[in-house]
Design a binder for this molecule. Structure first.
Ligand code: PXP
Length: 246
């Protein structure tokens, strides 16, 4: 099981103070140092989301991580012409297409691949021809899984937000939906990842979902890092993940 560490919140904290003075000599915390610390803790890849509005990660952050960090880079981005142009020049190992605007979001929060198939097919094709493997961040919904395979994506990242935010019977129902979506994705030849709201405390239930090969985790690691530092936080998560058979 691979752990992709999402370091967006490091940039969120920097922007909270320095958004209007990014060239200043004293900006902190450093995104690049965070990527290095995550790597030391055992991260298998670094994930960052360059948003259209650049509210946290900046182009220069992604370029610095690409240049300096010898781990696979997973760029999360909206499916827009401007972001496509950026990704084609950055050449990340992976691109995860995510919704950013209301009209791209399904009722649960994943990307509406089925509703935007033609537009997405062209973007996926351009990225994969340029050497970036593409995943679609989708709800655990058979229509979206099938659409992702149909447009030529190689991977899906199942949105675990609803799973993470529920308990009891609802949690069990969400786990079953994730498992069914993972089975379908795997049967269609897609690599299956999961992300959003994953914490050490919900790994036991997530473990019931078959075929997962990568977890993308951000918030809980940065939250924990406030108290332990990022390297131990990532190491703890790696150990927790490794204590299950996936
Ligand atoms: N995967 C994707 C596609 C995301 O956009 C995010 C950030 O919301 C994550 C994974 C990580 O989620 P979290 O920060 O809740 O761990």
């Amino acid at each position: 099981m691979h752990l992709g560490v999402n370091i967006d919140h490091v940039a969120t904290l920097r922007q909270a103070r320095y958004a209007t003075m990014l060239d200043s000599h004293n900006t902190e915390p450093s995104v690049l140092e965070a990527a290095k610390a995550a790597m030391e803790g055992g991260a298998d890849s670094i994930t960052l989301h360059v948003r259209e509005d650049r509210r946290h990660m900046q182009d220069a952050d992604a370029q610095a991580v690409r240049r300096e960090i010898p781990l696979p880079l997973n760029l999360e981005m909206g499916a827009t012409p401007a972001m496509l142009e950026f990704a084609l020049s950055l050449k990340p190992d992976y691109v995860c297409l995510v919704p950013e605007r209301r009209e791209e979001i399904t009722t649960e929060g994943g990307l509406d691949v089925a509703g935007k198939a033609d537009e997405l097919r062209a973007i996926v094709s351009a990225l994969q021809a340029n050497g970036s493997k593409v995943s679609m961040f989708i709800d655990p919904d058979s229509v979206q899984v099938e659409a992702s395979a149909d447009i030529g994506a190689l991977m899906v990242e199942l949105h675990t937000g609803k799973f993470a935010n529920s308990l009891g019977a609802e949690r069990a129902e969400e786990t079953a939906r994730l498992a069914a979506a993972a089975e379908l994705a795997h049967s269609l030849g897609l690599e299956v990842h999961a992300g959003h709201g994953i914490q050490i405390s919900n790994l036991p239930e997530l473990n019931a979902v078959p075929h997962l090969t990568e977890l993308n985790i951000g918030h809980t690691l940065i939250a924990r890092a406030i108290f332990t530092g990022l390297t131990p936080a990532v190491r703890e998560m790696k150990e927790a993940i490794a204590s299950y058979k996936w």
